[in-house]
Design a protein around this ligand. Structure first.
Ligand SMILES: Nc1ncnc2c1ncn2[C@@H]1O[C@H](COP(=O)(O)OP(=O)(O)OP(=O)(O)O)[C@@H](O)[C@H]1O
Ligand SMILES: [Mg+2]
Length: 363
């Protein structure tokens, strides 16, 4: 059975040090939910509170309507997968996966049936009798995953499970994890500091900073409509540019450093004249044009399907741009015009870095 997870006003302290001041969160039944944030922001700490390995200094944790604060870890029906696999080196694949079932007093023939079924699901049936030391990192991680889900947990917790794998295997394994989670629909909390991984794998993402959740949303929501500058710069790569609000004939524009007036249809109504803003411009949110900002190409990197340009604007600022390979290719040193896609660019108040866009609402 899968459960919903509700956390209300969680507090975590290590001695005098408050790592999580007041955190509330709901993960839906069967959801693939990701905690995303930089090192030290409290992701593992929160996961360990859910698992029962950390004390809880405040707040309430629920699985469905059951408060679990005082429930011992082994009663919480949790499967866990860690970065360092934590599989037994002296046991075969089969025995590693069977271990948890034996603990739960599952006997033959059901034991073999369930182990074989899970090995099939994670696609390592052919490694059934092999010892882990003779396997690749990805194969070992599949064993760890199989071992976590074979006990049919209510909740699956994964803490950076792919960070020890090389880039190509990481992409393969995240697709596999997503597929397996989709098939068994276990409520999953996945921890990563890799934003691309989070976007690719999650139903919803919570972006954390210093123990505080900044935004919760689908990958598309947090990418397109970040609530503050932290989220905007954490997700995706971007160039920041100053601007200010000006009104012409009752219509709001954003004025850039060179006097360019940008008409941004997504801006909130009623922003004060001269409000200082920071624009967060992604590499794909602009195009070369005859009109627009004047710039010079200073760097060009080929990425296969795209080319990434570094452009220097007249005020000396650098602008990162990405363009489809099929577009005309620009030369280093070339003078170019750049038109910003004002309908998709996000803007934030310079004062408190919150979004001034209509659609960026905290979920
Ligand atoms: N047992 C502990 N005792 C004291 N402080 C701790 C303990 N565990 C974690 N911390 C502190 O709590 C904060 C959050 O740590 P945590 O391990 O949750 O971060 P994280 O987001 O998982 O980071 P990473 O991406 O590096 O794994 C850090 O400042 C860390 O030093
Ligand atoms: Mg961690």
């Amino acid at each position: 059975m899968s459960v919903s997870i509700k956390i209300q006003h969680a507090v975590k302290k290590f001695g005098e040090n408050t790592v999580i001041p007041d955190l509330s969160l709901t993960v839906r039944e069967g959801e693939f939910f990701t905690l995303l944030g930089s090192s030290g922001c409290g992701k593992t700490t929160l996961l360990r509170m859910i698992a029962g390995f950390n004390t809880i200094e405040g707040g309430d944790f629920y699985f469905n309507d059951t408060r679990i604060n005082d429930m011992p870890p082994h009663k919480r029906k949790i499967g866990m997968v860690f970065q360092n696999y934590a599989i037994f080196p002296h046991m075969s694949t089969f025995e590693n996966v069977a271990f948890g079932l034996r603990e739960h007093h599952v006997r033959e023939p059901e034991l073999s049936r369930r182990v074989n079924e899970i090995l099939d699901t994670v696609q390592i049936s052919e490694l059934r009798d092999r010892m882990p030391r003779n396997m690749s990192g990805g194969q070992q991680q599949r064993i760890a995953l199989a071992r976590a889900i074979v006990i049919e947990p209510d909740v699956l917790l994964m803490d950076e499970p792919l960070s020890n794998l090389d880039a190509k295997l990481r992409v393969e394994m995240r697709t596999a994890i997503k597929r397996i989670q989709n098939a068994c629909k276990i409520t999953t909390i996945y921890v990563t500091h890799d934003q691309e991984e989070a976007l690719a794998i999650s139903d919803r993402i919570a972006i954390m900073r210093k123990g505080v959740i900044q935004q919760v949303g689908t990958p598309i929501e947090v990418y397109q409509h970040p609530v503050n500058l932290f989220v905007a710069t954490f997700i995706g790569q971007s160039t920041l540019m100053d601007g200010e609000v000006v009104y012409r004939n009752g219509h709001a524009f954003v004025r850039l450093f060179d006097g360019t007036l940008l008409s941004m249809p997504g801006l909130q109504e009623g922003l004060p004249e001269q409000e200082p803003l920071i624009l967060c411009i992604r590499p794909n949110e602009m195009q070369f044009a005859v009109e627009g900002l004047h710039a010079q190409v200073v760097e060009r990197v080929f990425f296969g399907d795209t080319i990434r340009y570094t452009l220097r604007l007249h005020n000396g600022q650098m602008l990162e741009m990405k363009q489809d390979i099929h577009m005309p290719i620009r030369q280093i040193g070339e003078d170019v015009g750049v038109q910003l896609h004002a309908d998709v660019i996000n803007a934030f108040r310079k004062t408190d870095e919150t979004s001034v866009m209509k659609k960026a609402v905290m979920a």
